[in-house]
Design a protein around this ligand. Structure first.
Ligand code: EPU
Length: 429
């Protein structure tokens, strides 16, 4: 386990270049196996989840040539296996996109039930309902999902819940199905649009991505493609919220401001100054933030992934703010840790009441998932005194160079290996 030692009372200021989107990258990489031709992907974030995805692809027989830190060539022509291994699949939820892409390419996929961040129950019933409507037989045994279809056939599918994962998986399978598929009540996230653009560049016929109905006319063959991953709106939002939380002034660069409208609006509501330019956004804190409410919703609503750092920001606004988490049941893992730092928060079901205004104090705290980890680092920067944030491997899964970017903005952060910690704590001095 690794930890960060974080110095408190730190105002972050400066400019930060935003990396490629994690959640787009982890869909584009498995999607690449839909073709036998060469694919070039750039602006991939160098994060653990992307590295795991690359390992899975190599394990399946895809040859990969890195071009620098953020780009690679994939040659999926020789891919021979249809069963990604459990040890890798269990590390990340997005490995379930191999269900859609392998089914599209081979008419068969064997994928272990995936892992991922612990955010409460995360069913995949909508993925399976959709695959079945497209004509796939599904068998779940010994923790393995086996999908097979002699022929996938286009269908009309209505999703009961708006799901990014199900939308992406069904787009992948339907891209190769015979005839037309209509997907209704789908996710409208920019990552869904990015994948549709990539598949269309490979010869797919997908219309309507970014709205709540997607129409797909299946094709038999896919070509290679070159594609640049969209900027990470969640990383950008994290830094924007960090600017307001720490009393700082940060410009996020290389972003698509349209993707960040919910964050921009919320920051203005709470009193921060936000200046939007074509590819960058400046957030400047003010002395007195005003309390506000946050309700998470699928895009274009306020993203659940930014609810933990949003909560940290609300601890700095004097008065009562209310958060309603509408996307995941169990996404309040960070609350107990924030309480250890002196935050006054009460959770009742999906609602969290945040009584903000008293300064947080540094403490030993532990990240339980990716976004709670980022939120706790911001809390540690705001706090009076130093903090040790444990289990920062969670953060490495999804933020490229997080500590270097923060250091560049003025933070004092040191990464410590838990072994060294143990030695330190055993040291009689
Ligand atoms: N749901 C179902 N049935 C399904 C699928 C989803 O009931 O078959 C429910 C989920 O339980 C949840 C809601 O629908 O309550 C939305 O889930 P969704 O499928 O949209 O989430 P996901 O695809 O598993 C992605 C991101 C998450 C992000 C959520 C919500 C990726 C790889 N993951 O997960 O990102 O929180 O959408 O926006 O794209 C993160 O980056 O930290 C992260 C967890």
């Amino acid at each position: 386990m690794e930890s960060f030692n974080v110095k408190g009372n730190t105002r972050l200021s400066g400019r930060v270049k935003i990396s490629g989107s994690k959640n787009a990258a982890v869909a584009l990489l498995p999607a690449a196996v839909i073709t036998e031709d060469n694919v070039y992907l750039e602006n991939l974030p160098d994060i653990t989840d992307v590295r795991t995805m690359i390992e899975i692809l190599e394990n399946l027989g895809v040859s990969i040539r890195r071009r620098g830190r953020n780009a690679l060539d994939l040659t999926p022509g020789k891919l021979s296996k249809i069963a990604p291994p459990y040890e890798l699949v269990k590390k990340m939820r997005a490995s379930y996109y191999f269900m859609g892409s392998l089914l599209a390419r081979f008419g068969r996929a064997e994928v272990p039930i995936p892992g991922g961040c612990d955010l409460g129950p995360r069913p995949i019933d909508q993925h399976l309902k959709g695959f079945s409507a497209l004509g796939a037989d599904i068998n779940i045994e010994h923790g393995m999902i086996t999908l097979s279809a002699d022929k996938l056939i286009g269908a009309h599918i209505y999703l009961d819940v708006v799901s990014i994962g199900a939308t992406i998986n069904l787009m992948l399978a339907a891209a190769a199905a015979e005839g037309r598929t209509v997907l209704e009540n789908v996710a409208k996230e920019p990552e869904v649009v990015d994948l549709a653009n990539f598949l269309n560049a490979m010869g797919a016929s997908i219309r309507g991505a970014g709205t709540d109905v997607i129409r797909i006319d299946g094709v038999k063959k896919f070509s290679g493609a070159n594609h640049a991953v969209i900027p990470d709106r969640i990383e950008a939002g994290t830094f924007m919220l960090a600017a307001a939380s720490t009393g700082g002034n940060i410009t996020v660069e290389d972003v698509i401001p349209k993707h960040l409208e919910a964050i921009t609006a919320k920051l203005r509501e709470i009193g921060a100054r936000v200046k939007v330019e074509p590819e960058r956004i400046n957030v400047e804190a003010v002395d007195h933030l005003v309390p506000t409410d946050i309700k998470t919703f699928p895009y274009p609503g306020f993203p659940t992934d930014l609810q933990p750092p949003g909560m940290v920001l609300l601890t700095a606004a004097r008065g009562l703010s209310v958060i309603t988490e509408n996307v995941f049941d169990g996404r309040y893992n960070h609350v107990d840790e924030l309480k250890r730092m002196g935050a006054q928060i009460k959770v009742e079901g999906r609602t969290a009441l945040v009584e903000g205004g008293n300064q947080l104090s540094g403490a030993p705290i532990e990240a339980t998932d990716l976004r709670s980890g980022a939120a706790l680092i911001i809390a540690a920067l705001m706090a009076d005194g130093d903090s040790q944030v444990r289990a920062v491997e969670h953060i490495d899964r999804g933020y490229e160079n997080f500590e270097q970017k923060l250091i560049h903005l003025g933070a004092l952060i040191q990464r410590i290996n838990e072994k060294d910690y143990d030695q330190l704590s055993c040291n009689p001095e």
